[in-house]
Design a binder for this molecule. Structure first.
Ligand SMILES: Cc1cc2nc3c(=O)[nH]c(=O)nc-3n(C[C@H](O)[C@H](O)[C@H](O)COP(=O)(O)O)c2cc1C
Ligand code: SF4
Length: 455
């Protein structure tokens, strides 16, 4: 296996200790280089690297930074997304635990590039343990003067940069998936209920407290010091040219060695599963893989040959990189039960603002429970497909798609699994007959009722 660069999680023991981090070049070369450049030149360097966001949408980071208004006249904010609530995603917490200072250094470089003087790191409430680690890392960096008022003791601005200081606040969420959506996170941070906002206006125009805001994922930020050190061009040559760099692949499910693997983008999916994650227990075949967290379109196990794990190649095979959380399911997996559990999650996490998502996620769950219990009727496969299709594209935020995609793509790719669960002869009774039954009824009829919940 060729050596792969470890840009995000290097094999350095105790790197979360600030002294170890500094001894290994942290809060040094990368920050100094950034501060010796004009802010716009730092943005250009990130553009040159080709870095794309690791939070799900793979949006180009340098381009996003360039949307922010220039200068320091207006208050601006930087929001770092550590909500990581997507089932199958557990990579940001590795950064919190093993390399939090590189993330902080990346945030400081981003602040300088966009001339922002306040950043918030928003971490999901369930990560109480990791929140403490990040709080300690931030406190240690403050104590050494790498963050806050004493920053200029370490770093002298260059180019057209000004003497620069930035503050970082760590915020612990209350534990809701939806606040991972960028605008819901802004509402939540403002002390409101975490509801996604309509766009436009986009955050770069009106974000936190109505001021220009950039939001980036934890892993995205952790890449930035590596880019500054090696230069954008060198970084752009790692991995797939259309989404360069290394990426933290979180592998879970039916593999012998589940875990987080840092590998170049574009690594073959089967290499990740078999060479790195140790293959499938008991030599079983793979039935299905969801390659980017539970909301991404699933792939058939017999169609994985040649699949490369990066944004563009996954698009070509009808899926998406998402959070690079790879969920592997072996040949014995009950896909309907898996989907039912996933649907329950999205139904529970829908914020309820838009009807297609609020009602549609509930309908998906009800229908899937029918299949799960072997109580589905002829026509239910099409009905389920139709409900999922009618959620897509009709909602304020992408939670609608997150709920719909796994369902309708699984129908497209595994229709037989659904058809197997149809109970022959089972029909919905007309309302009149159900009504007459309730009143004492004329004849025994089998009324189709939603099945009991299974988790
Ligand atoms: C329902 C929903 C949940 C999301 N959850 C997260 C999350 O937990 N972490 C994250 O970084 N991005 C999440 N996103 C994506 C963010 O809205 C945003 O695109 C991302 O933080 C931008 O960072 P990036 O450009 O660095 O990827 C979510 C999006 C949606 C629609
Ligand atoms: S799509 Fe769902 S989660 Fe998103 S705003 Fe609408 S109801 Fe809320």
């Amino acid at each position: 296996m060729p050596d792969t660069p470890k840009l995000i999680l290097p094999d350095i023991p105790n790197l979360r200790n600030i002294d170890t981090y500094v001894a290994n070049g942290g809060y040094g070369e990368a920050l100094r280089k950034a501060y010796s450049m004009a802010p716009a030149a730092v943005i250009d360097e990130v553009k040159k690297s080709g870095l794309r966001g690791r939070g799900g949408a793979a949006f180009p980071t340098g381009l996003k930074w360039s949307f922010m208004p220039k200068g320091k006249e207006k208050k601006k904010y930087f929001l770092i997304n550590g909500d990581e609530s997507e089932p199958g995603s557990f990579k940001d917490r590795q950064i919190f635990e093993f390399n939090p200072h590189q993330m902080i250094e990346g945030i400081l470089i981003g602040c300088y590039a966009m001339q922002i003087d306040h950043a918030y790191i928003y971490i999901r409430g369930e990560y109480a343990h990791w929140v403490k680690m990040v709080e300690k890392a931030v406190a240690d960096a403050y104590a050494k003067g790498f963050i806050g008022k004493r920053m200029s003791e370490h770093f002298k601005p260059g180019g057209d940069g000004v003497a620069y200081t930035a503050e970082i606040t760590v915020h612990k969420g209350a534990g809701a998936y939806i606040v991972g959506e960028e605008t819901a996170m802004m509402d939540s941070l403002e002390g409101k209920r975490g509801y996604p906002r309509y766009k436009p206006p986009f955050p770069a125009n009106a974000g936190l407290w109505g001021m220009p805001t950039t939001i980036n994922n934890i892993e995205t930020m952790t890449n930035v010091p590596a880019i500054m050190k090696m230069g954008g061009e060198a970084y752009s040559k790692i991995g797939d040219p259309k989404q360069p760099g290394t990426i933290l692949y979180g592998v879970s499910g039916h593999v012998n060695k589940p875990g987080v693997y840092e590998l170049p983008t574009g690594t073959p999916l089967l290499d990740i599963i078999y060479k790195h994650a140790g293959g499938v227990p008991n030599g079983k075949k793979i039935k299905m893989v969801i390659p980017g967290g539970s909301s991404m379109p699933p792939l058939r196990g017999d169609k994985l040959e040649g699949v490369l794990m990066d944004a563009e190649h996954l698009k070509e095979v009808g899926s998406a990189i998402g959070t690079a959380g790879i969920m592997v399911m072996d040949e014995d997996t009950d896909l309907i039960h898996v989907l039912t559990r996933i649907a329950k999650f999205y139904q529970h996490e829908s914020c309820g603002q838009c009807t297609p998502c609020r009602e549609g996620t509930g309908w998906l769950l009800k229908l899937l429970r029918r299949f799960d219990a072997g109580e589905a009727m002829a026509g239910d496969v099409d009905l389920l497909y139709d409900v999922a299709k009618n959620i897509e594209g009709r909602t304020i935020c992408a939670l609608g798609e997150a709920a719909a995609w796994p369902v309708y793509f699984t129908i497209e790719r595994f229709r037989d699994e659904f058809e197997k669960r149809i109970k022959p002869g089972l029909k919905l009774k007309s309302p009149e007959r159900v009504h007459s039954l309730r009143k004492g009824g004329l004849e025994p009829v089998q009324v189709h009722v939603p099945v009991v919940e299974r988790t």
